[in-house]
Design a protein around this ligand. Sequence first.
Ligand code: HEC
Length: 168
Amino acid sequence: MQISTRSFSAALAALTLMTASHAFAHGDVTPQAIDITGIDPIKDSATWVDTNPYSGNERAAEIGKHAFAQNCARCHGIDAVSGGIAPDLREKLPLGAEGDEIFKERMVNGAVRNGVTYMPKFDGIVAQEGLWAIRTWLETVSVDAPPKEVAKTEEAKPAEPAKIEEKK
Ligand code: HEC
């Protein structure tokens, strides 16, 4: 049997692409289940709600931070700081209903053009609660997010040299 040159070069191209994307890969490639312990489940979780039910919820943001690292960071960058492969979600998602709508649209449809999947859809693969938890965390890292509150006791202390937090 002869292997056609065309399908061989197509396979080679696919392989090269895979290798290239591996070079950029951050985190896992297959969608990861999200443990939503600690946040209220959505009553009818098969039907998408229009706005983030967890906005401002600290536990949801914590869940979302990890879920983002597992499901989105490989394309959208660690801590949502885009390396250029996919849009920077700190900048591209406005706070509130407008950003929720963009977010929901992508979770349901992904990004597919001319048969090419730029982003897989997550609806039906990862629970809606987990995806809104990601949105909740994204709100906290948004360029529009209000600056974090500084506790009063901290304010009173003399300035200390900045500490670099250790990552797990
Ligand atoms: C395989 C890579 C990949 C993965 C994984 C991925 N995305 Fe994307 N995402 C993209 C690309 C590429 C685009 C731009 C799509 C386009 O060109 O239309 C995008 C677009 C988006 C947008 C729309 C941004 C805008 O400017 O409108 C949102 C929101 C989004 N992604 C969220 C997520 C979330 C949340 C996850 C994880 C649950 C995720 N993405 C996982 C590649 C990815």
